[in-house]
Design a protein around this ligand. Structure first.
Ligand SMILES: [Fe+2]
Length: 279
């Protein structure tokens, strides 16, 4: 069996069931790569535990941060906030050989290559709003009125940026410049915790939650930057959608309470290369 690229996200290893899932993740062939598209855990030690275990097994692990890694949780002895917390996780990843959005994007040269795998850290800016809602303030007010407020508002500090959306805009500018500098003849797998286009959020149970799920600023990145596939998580709605001929796949494990209404997959690892036949 040829080596390939697999993806998973939203491991949430604080749950014992999820920890067992992480322990069950093994390569199918020597040299397989694993994309981890964010929300490994909230506690720094849990993030380290999972990425250590996976980096010892897979040929390469590629990580993009989720919102949960960036929380400063009350039970975490690591009290770093915002940018400092992100940079501390990046340093931890580098010590494990895990690729991050701050590193050179790795190029897969095995079967199906060359393919550049770009882990992104872009965030959200409250721009995925409901019809008729024209500002972040209005979107947040509606969410509070509906009782649907993301815990990021309490735990995800943007320091030293003035707001989470300002941090997002800074990241968009940085990331756009890096992607624009990549060889356009090499197709890409773009990895971001949030979907780069809004449409996958249209089926959220609570539409107010979409404002914490991405940014309109990335709506054309899959076309502009020659993506073959976009991998994301966060929504806890694993599925494939197609946008302008580009495959988008949500690869989350999610919370144990979410598994009951739908059958658990044979494997939590979603094949990216060779591509899954699921649509
Ligand atoms: Fe998330």
């Amino acid at each position: 069996m040829n080596a390939g690229i697999y993806a998973v996200s939203d491991l949430h290893v604080a749950y014992p069931e999820n920890r067992k899932i992480v322990e069950s993740l093994w390569p199918r062939a020597a040299g397989d790569w694993l994309i981890v598209a964010g929300d490994v855990a909230e506690l720094f030690a849990d993030v380290t535990w999972a990425l250590t275990l996976l980096s010892e097994r897979f040929g390469k692990v590629i990580w993009a941060p989720g919102n949960h890694e960036l929380w400063t949780h009350s039970q975490d002895p690591v009290r770093l906030r915002g940018e400092e917390r992100y940079q501390a996780i990046v340093r931890q990843c580098r010590s494990l050989g895990v690729s991050t959005p701050e590193d050179e994007y790795p190029v897969w040269t095995g079967a199906g290559g060359p393919l550049l795998v770009a882990p992104l850290f872009v965030g959200y800016d409250y721009s995925f709003r409901e019809p008729g809602v024209t500002s972040k303030e209005q979107a947040l007010a509606r969410a509070h009125a509906a009782g649907v407020v993301c815990a990021d508002e309490v735990f995800l500090h943007p320091d030293p940026h003035p707001s989470r959306d300002a941090w997002c805009r800074t990241r968009v500018t940085l990331t756009e410049a890096r992607l624009a500098g990549c060889d356009p003849t090499v197709p890409k797998i773009l990895v971001n915790h949030y979907p780069l286009v809004r449409m996958p959020t249209d089926i959220l149970r609570y539409p107010e939650f979409a404002q914490w799920c991405g940014t309109e600023l990335t709506a054309d990145w899959h076309r502009r930057f020659h993506a073959r596939t976009v991998i994301y998580g966060h929504l806890h709605i694993p599925r494939v959608t197609w946008h302008d001929g580009v495959r988008f796949e949500e690869v989350s494990v999610g919370y144990p309470r979410e598994w009951r209404p739908r059958p658990r997959p044979d494997s939590w690892l979603r094949p990216v290369l060779p591509a899954s036949v699921q649509v």
